[in-house]
Write a protein that binds this ligand. Structure first.
Ligand SMILES: Nc1ncnc2c1ncn2[C@@H]1O[C@H](COP(=O)(O)OP(=O)(O)OP(=O)(O)O)[C@@H](O)[C@H]1O
Ligand SMILES: [Mg+2]
Length: 587
């Protein structure tokens, strides 16, 4: 009714999903007070409703103007002084049914438009559906919880985006806490490159390099051949023309076949390739290369230079990186002869320096993960990460050297993905018990401009195929414009916090599933901890306030002013520990 206190005006234009409303000159107030609450007419991002028979259509105000958007002269003359609202239609409610996204019945010219009051918002948001989590409170009302459909949030993937300091980490904590508190069988792996989340989740299992209780190990033998060759000797797959590269592949295949008998469960030897995740000793690999390079033989014929004809004097000790020794080869054409197996000359020293670099111990010295009888194997690793009662495993990668961060995230992702794929019919994993993989600071290792990018390939696979095997993903990033487009295109739900960079805003605008530019335009103006949530998991695109969690992630800003308020005495002893840590790469 035009006399209702909620009456706003009439529709003057309908254009697919957008309508234009002329605000009536006769409305009693530009800021009516309804049931004790003040409503402001024409606030961008607020809702309006259009009752059409027993259907109520809902829309979001996207722009306000004092001239109509497609003004012709008569309109300007006629409507001078009026206000016009552009409204994007978002959904409808039929009778007492629940609110539904999408428009089945379009309004027409002259239909009445009304303000949406708190009671209407409760109709839309108020009821908590089964299988949902609370993500925060609606910005326009602190009593109004906003829920997300958990199934869609996880399995259709989700992104939390926002400039630095906008509240992404806190939002991540809110969402993960809501999941872990409400669902006893949930499980989440959080990839945490800066080690900031352990403090926010006292009950989580935190894996960290050099940690006493839960050391982080990612056995190097999880790497496929291309990764291993790239990491150990800097070789790329297009090096396969080179003898040493092909020999290297054969070598690793042989090592893996030889060790096959030692692992838990037997694998048919014929199926083992250089890519199979079967343990072997990297030091033994080096020793073997070193052996062929330095050996002397009783024959000069390359094909006859074998272990049997070698003139070995001492076997050395591969565990301590001591090579075998041989009778020195003679000068001239007499025995012993110099080795003709020199293919590995370019590789041997590089491998040695990798093995000796203690920063890579979590890969090359993976503790008990030897896969040999009596030690730990990959099933134990999976049990640690995703089979534990604590539901959340935080993989703290803060001690991982930057140059291997990419490969490390790639290995983690591929291993978890493979476990879900090959475990898809098991009762305790795969489709029967889905898993959420969360990637913090995703732009650092999922960068779209890096061509040789192992983690990107693995994570893209999760985004494209993971859903079918119960694997969902969450990316968290301050630079959405740097993230792989394949990943963003598969994100079903966007939680966008304040975003100031225009390139980043336009990425969110173009990839967000609902065509709601008006809400996305709010991004630079959002408060800390306030987000625009759009997409599959949420009934209606919303502006949401996320609560500040306690305990917090260790990402709080340093207290700069307090720190700079007092003087610091000079001390010659300072910085010694710091430098030692830089040297050891260890806290
Ligand atoms: N919902 C909130 N309400 C109030 N303050 C908040 C909220 N969320 C975050 N903050 C404050 O904002 C600061 C930054 O938050 P947070 O670490 O979550 O941001 P971020 O987006 O993850 O930043 P970065 O990109 O640096 O990781 C924190 O000091 C926190 O106290
Ligand atoms: Mg953060």
């Amino acid at each position: 009714m035009t006399t209702d206190i909620t009456y706003l005006g009439k529709i003057i234009r309908v254009d697919s999903g957008t309508i234009e409303v002329e605000v009536s000159n006769d409305i009693p107030s530009a800021a009516p007070i309804i049931n004790g609450r003040l409503y402001k007419i024409g606030q961008i991002g607020t809702f309006i409703k259009i009752p059409v028979g027993n259907i109520t259509i809902y829309g979001i105000v996207s722009s306000v103007s004092n001239t109509p958007s497609k003004a012709d002269e008569t309109l300007i003359k006629y409507n001078f002084g009026s206000r016009f609202l552009s409204v994007q239609l978002v959904g409808e409610k039929i009778g007492d049914d629940e609110f539904e996204k999408g428009i089945g019945t379009y309004p027409t010219i002259n239909d009445e438009v009304h303000l949406v009051i708190e009671k209407d918002l409760f109709d839309i948001y108020g009821k908590r559906d089964e299988g949902s989590i609370e993500i925060g409170k609606h910005s326009s009302s602190e009593n109004l919880s906003v829920y997300a459909n958990l199934h869609k949030l996880v399995l259709r993937h989700c992104a939390i985006l926002g400039s630095t300091g906008s509240g992404k980490s806190n939002t991540t904590v809110s969402i993960l806490k809501a999941i872990l508190n409400d669902y006893v069988g949930s499980r989440v792996i959080l990839v945490d490159p800066h080690g900031e989340y352990a403090s926010a989740f006292p009950d989580a299992k935190v894996f960290r390099i050099n940690d006493v209780a839960n050391p982080l190990f990612i056995p190097f033998w999880l790497m496929n051949f291309d990764e291993l060759a790239y990491f150990l000797v800097g070789a790329k797959p297009n090096d396969d023309q080179r003898t040493e590269y092909r020999r290297f592949r054969e070598f690793i295949t042989d090592f893996k076949r030889k060790n096959n008998v030692l692992i838990s469960g037997t694998v048919n030897k014929d199926f083992i390739t250089a890519d199979s995740p079967i343990p072997f000793n990297i030091k033994e690999l080096w020793w073997e290369m070193n052996w062929w390079l330095n050996a002397s033989f009783s024959t000069a014929v390359k094909d006859d230079q074998t272990k049997a004809t070698a003139q070995q004097t001492d076997v050395g000790d591969f565990e301590n990186l001591v090579g075998a020794t041989f009778t020195p080869y003679a000068m001239g054409n007499v025995a012993p002869f110099k080795s003709k197996h020199t293919e590995f000359f370019p590789y041997e020293k590089k491998i040695l320096s990798r093995i000796k670099d203690s920063r890579f111990d979590f890969l090359f010295n993976p503790g008990d993960f030897k896969g040999v009888a009596g030690t730990r194997d990959l099933n134990n690793l999976l049990n640690d990460w995703i089979g534990s009662a604590s539901k959340l495993a935080i993989l703290d990668l803060s001690g991982v050297p930057f140059e291997v961060l990419d490969i490390t995230v790639g290995l983690i992702t591929r291993f978890v993905y493979d476990s879900m794929f090959w475990g898809r019919s098991e009762s305790y994993t795969g489709k029967q018990r889905p898993l959420l993989l969360a990637y913090e600071e995703a732009h650092t290792y999922l960068n779209k401009n890096d061509s040789s990018n192992y983690s990107k390939q693995a994570v893209e696979q999760v985004f494209k195929e993971g859903r079918k095997f119960g694997l969902g993903a969450l990316v968290i990033s301050q630079r959405p414009s740097e993230i792989s487009e394949t990943i963003l295109a598969q994100v079903g739900t966007y939680i966008a916090l304040r975003l100031t960079n225009s390139g980043d805003q336009s990425i969110v605008k173009s990839s967000a599933p609902d065509n709601l530019n008006s809400l996305i335009d709010l991004l630079p103006a959002l408060r800390t901890g306030e987000a625009v949530v759009v997409g599959e998991a949420i009934k209606i695109p919303s502006r949401v306030r996320i609560k500040l969690n306690n305990p917090r992630p260790a990402s709080d800003d340093p207290k700069l002013v307090e720190a700079w308020m007092h003087a610091y005495p000079e001390d010659a002893e300072n910085y010694k520990t710091v430098v030692t840590r830089i040297r050891q790469q260890k806290f």
